[in-house]
Write a protein that binds this ligand. Sequence first.
Ligand SMILES: Nc1ncnc2c1ncn2[C@@H]1O[C@H](COP(=O)(O)OP(=O)(O)OP(=O)(O)O)[C@@H](O)[C@H]1O
Ligand SMILES: [Mg+2]
Length: 500
Amino acid sequence: MMGMGEIWGGMGSTIATAMFLYAMFQQYCPALPYQFQMIYSRWFANLFNPCTSISFYEYTGERYQRNQVYVDIETYLTSNSSQLARRLKADVVDDGKDLVLSMDDYEEITDIYQGVELCWASCQTVSTNQTISLYATDASERRYYMLSFHNRHRKLVTEEYLKHVREQGKKMKIENRQRKLYTNNAAENWSGHQSKIMWSHVTFEHPSTFQTLAMDPVKKKEIIHDLITFRKGKDYYAKVGKAWKRGYLLYGPPGTGKSSMVAAMANLLDYDVYDLELTSVKNNNELKKLFTEISNKSIIVIEDIDCSLDLTGQRKEEKEEDANEMAKNEENSGDDSKVTLSGLLNFIDGLWSCCGEERLIVFTTNHVKKLDPALIRRGRMDKHIELSYCCFEGFKVLAKNYLDLDSHPLFETIQSLIQKTQMTPADVAENLMPKIVPWDIETCLSNLIEALNKVKEEERMKAEKESKPMTKEANTVLKKIKKKLALIRYYVNAKYGNNP
Ligand SMILES: Nc1ncnc2c1ncn2[C@@H]1O[C@H](COP(=O)(O)OP(=O)(O)OP(=O)(O)O)[C@@H](O)[C@H]1O
Ligand SMILES: [Mg+2]
């Protein structure tokens, strides 16, 4: 392993010779043409500083996004440095289960590529500026990697080595990838390096898959096909000039599998999940920052979108409490004072929507009719999926999941009952689950049959109540009202004719 010192090493004798030549040159050839002197001086300077260095900053011009080159280098060096660096730092990942060793700050390692030594150093500049800023580029610490190499390898480095580092970094990232479930933090907690605190995460380990999802098998197949086509669609999206993203609206009663389907999507596509809690985002500007920090290959979920967008409700109350204060605030902050529908739409399919690629945006709701049509029109929410009450095919999936059962004589009874009742998959699953130990299949199925019969009876009673004829008293009151109305009509006609 060699550091910068070694790159300089072995050059001592060359430098001594050069210094001698330079002194001779100054003394005996003062009258040489200016251009020749310049060339010689540059050659002489190169001898003293034969290195070229390139810095790769974590944050560059883009205010909100980590420099992708930095991220690739970080991954590349993390896997190399555990063997090469003398000073390492340890980070725990995967919720404390794993330890990752990487080169410590201000440490150097030498990488060898095609026999050439290339020196990497992890550095940071510490600003003396005391102001606290939200932006990473203004933050007091700016991390960067510095690559140093001999001038004569400049072509190799710029044309081949850096490409190699980035490709390897990307490959390693995919190989080491732990899928994550992110949730957004309140802006009060954003400071320093944004990427680390705008979103908190845990490892995503949800067991739901399309196989375990109880729903109409034809619909299921269609959704899987749609998702896989999307994942392979990079070239297609580029060809038609569309951002590589797709919107899904999942709607249906509680307990029909909307959240389970999001997890199944993430497991199928191997994407991260960003669970965006809109109610803790104060304004469109914050929303913009959050969106720009979302990685590619991800699913952005806004659960219960009908409730999330009702932010104005809360504000209205505040307005009533202190109208003057609100007016002042709105004056000061203009339209940026809240998350608006147009702000959200802008991130779904406006200009900001293409700041990342390979992303799914999923809305879930129990009340699809409450949603603004602008929010869910095709093109924004490309696919509308209704998740509904459990059908017989859905029951068969649950019986397989919960009881490892493919068929049973009681299935016939369940089939005829389930077709006539409205029971959610969550309730079917709950009734199927063994409650006592030891358990047997017949008891579980009988529990379900009992529950289905109960629901059927409740539904029958409800329907009966709604269609029940009016009571005698109500009928008499109605008749009286009708009589009075007829009388009024008669007097009005008598007084004003047909044009009152
Ligand atoms: N279609 C389904 N297939 C398999 N399991 C389901 C299905 N629907 C519900 N479940 C079971 O019920 C539980 C609740 O389901 P889930 O959270 O996905 O419902 P949801 O539609 O998101 O409900 P909500 O509208 O209240 O958020 C899940 O943990 C799962 O065990
Ligand atoms: Mg849910």
